[in-house]
Ligand binder design. Structure first.
Ligand code: NI
Length: 131
């Protein structure tokens, strides 16, 4: 594929971190990494416009005793029983839970549920992955 040069302005600190990362990960060129990141970013957004049903996985970590998060997640899960296919719950330690939820539905709807789950107060980490 033909390559075209494009100048971008990047925060100095971010550029420094990028250089360290490139060295550690063994990336030969900054352009190659930026291309990979952009492709992943575009791919991630493209599927959200698809009309057909898709599968996705939502991963989250939370402290089950904080802010009634378990109760809120349970309520949200029941509200979206049609799209939530299955949930795997792992007690990481005394406080923290890891939950992996499999979703099936229209991409826009899946994104909405994911945003709703992420917005639950007490969630430490939440990530949606299209499979
Ligand atoms: Ni737990």
């Amino acid at each position: 594929m033909a390559k075209k040069r494009s100048g971008v302005s990047i925060d100095e600190k971010l550029l420094k971190d990028l250089k360290v990362f490139l060295k550690k990960q063994g990336y030969k060129s900054r352009s190659h990494l930026i291309e990979e990141l952009l492709n992943a970013w575009i791919r991630e957004r493209k599927w959200e416009r698809e009309k057909k049903e898709v599968y996705a996985v939502f991963i989250m970590v939370y402290e089950h005793e904080k802010r009634q998060v378990s109760k809120k997640l349970l309520e949200k899960g029941h509200r979206h029983y049609d799209e939530i296919i299955s949930t795997l719950h792992i007690h990481i330690d005394e406080k923290n839970c890891l939950e992996i939820t499999v979703l099936k539905g229209r991409p826009g709807h899946i994104r909405k549920i994911s945003d709703e789950l992420s917005a639950t107060r007490g969630i430490k980490y939440g990530k949606l992955i299209r499979v």
